[in-house]
Design a protein around this ligand. Structure first.
Ligand code: PLP
Length: 420
């Protein structure tokens, strides 16, 4: 079990707070995060990079709540953003735009202007067209945009196809063999300052080999650039380090960084460059859970169902990727376990949160759906006019409400009836 969770006299606690107390005070479903778990995860990266020129960015899209950004900004993190909206979140949470890298395949003109206005650290550019647009906008406003090209190293990350991004058939980045030509063009464009190389090969990667393979491609390209007189200031190796949902054994944060630094130190071309990372899941994934209550138990001739008050709109990963999340009762029950599909109330057969789980539960019991801190709330929707859950962060015996539960009225507040 994640170390911020403990069973105390048969009752599951988040840090020092019984989850039943959180449910009583804030209702269910609710996302619960641990401040210390988030801080510790970031510190592990920071410690592994200590004494080096390195910037560990947090990839906001994993969970963009202002409290989480605030906490990580105070710890010294940079930020990887994929939209103008995410930049505004960083600013609203007190983050420093000079530590922001802007990724994404489809940056709009308005987003580029916003990012230039705030002088973000670097644009991770994903196509020639984007490069030209960026140069034109920057020159027109008398600026130069710092640019890394996101290179697609054609490396198999060995992860789910929907979260694999570094293969030739993916929409991301510039093909490795085309990158040199695009760099040559970038070096000539008036609004562009070439500063780095970027790659990000996918998410929930549980082995070191794909990272090392991608890095070798990046280092090779850095060598070719250097021979052409295109000097770089940094390498950005993206994110993607996996976490344990079930029985995965991903490398530790320290081992991941050590492997990267070892490779870098042995290459004279890149040894003196700053190194950047963009981790999302590995900072917040195991630091959050979704707290839900069993509404009904139901059985047919084949199966038993535990129908809970959380659903695919609150946590989409199972429906989208058939992702596995551990599900544990909040209060230990003396009864025998039965095998359930844990499902939500949404009108879709894809609305399940866990399949074939052995649980000793009764109607009204609370369940904790673990490892839901990344790509949980961030991917939630209002499908079926379901207000999104409250979000709380525990800190020792204190509980901070970091997002109110949505009201139904707010869901249609922007809508208008037709004229009479
Ligand atoms: C999503 C994303 C990340 C973070 O990925 P994790 O698997 O959550 O670490 C980093 N960089 C880019 C460009 C991304 O799109």
């Amino acid at each position: 079990m994640t170390d911020w969770l403990s069973d105390r006299n048969g009752l599951l606690h988040a840090e020092d707070v019984p989850l039943s107390a959180i449910a009583a005070r804030f209702g269910t479903p609710a996302y619960v995060y641990s401040r210390s778990a988030i801080a510790t995860a970031f510190e592990e990266f920071a410690r592994a990079a200590a004494g080096r020129r390195a910037l560990v960015c947090y990839a906001l899209k994993a969970n963009s709540n202002l409290a989480i950004i605030d906490l990580l900004a105070r710890a010294g993190a940079g930020f990887d953003i994929v939209s103008g909206g995410e930049l505004k979140r960083v600013l609203a949470a007190g983050g420093d735009p000079a530590k922001v890298v802007f990724s994404g395949v489809g940056k709009s003109e308005a987003e580029i202007r916003l990012a230039l206005e705030h002088s973000v650290r670097c644009f991770n550019v994903e196509s020639e067209s984007e490069l030209r647009r960026l140069s034109a906008i920057a020159s027109a406003t008398g600026k130069r945009a710092n640019v890394s090209l996101r290179v697609n190293p054609d490396v198999d990350a060995g992860t789910h196809p929907y979260i694999s991004t570094g293969l030739r058939q993916n929409k991301f980045g510039i093909a490795h063999d085309a990158a040199l030509a695009v760099y040559r063009e970038a070096a000539k464009l008036p609004g562009i300052a070439v500063v780095g190389i970027d790659c990000h090969i996918g998410s929930q990667i549980t082995e070191l080999a794909p990272f090392v393979a991608a890095m070798d491609k990046v280092i090779e390209l850095a060598g070719a650039l250097s021979r052409e007189g295109i000097a770089l200031e940094h390498l950005d190796l993206g994110g993607g380090l996996g976490i344990r949902y079930d029985d995965e054994q991903p490398p530790s944060r320290a081992a991941m960084l050590a492997a990267v630094f070892e490779r870098i130190d042995s290459s004279p071309v890149v040894r003196d460059l700053e190194v950047m990372f963009e981790f999302g899941r590995s900072i917040v994934g195991n630091a959050g859970l979704l707290l839900t209550r069993v509404e009904y138990l139901k059985a047919n001739s084949d199966k038993r169902f535990a129908i809970v008050d959380a659903a695919m709109n609150d946590l989409m990963r199972p429906a989208l990727y058939e992702a596995y999340h551990r599900i544990v009762p909040v209060a230990r029950n003396p009864g025998a376990a039965s095998r359930y599909d844990v499902v939500g109330p949404v009108c879709e057969s894809g609305d399940w949160l866990g399949r074939d789980r052995d649980l000793a539960i009764n109607e009204g019991d609370l369940l904790a759906i673990l490892s839901a801190g990344a790509y949980g709330m961030a991917m939630s929707s209002n499908y079926n006019t379901r207000p999104r859950p409250a979000e709380v962060m525990v800190e020792g015996s204190r509980v901070h409400l970091i997002r109110d539960r949505e009201t139904v009225e707010s869901l249609y507040a922007l809508e208008r009836r037709l004229p009479a």
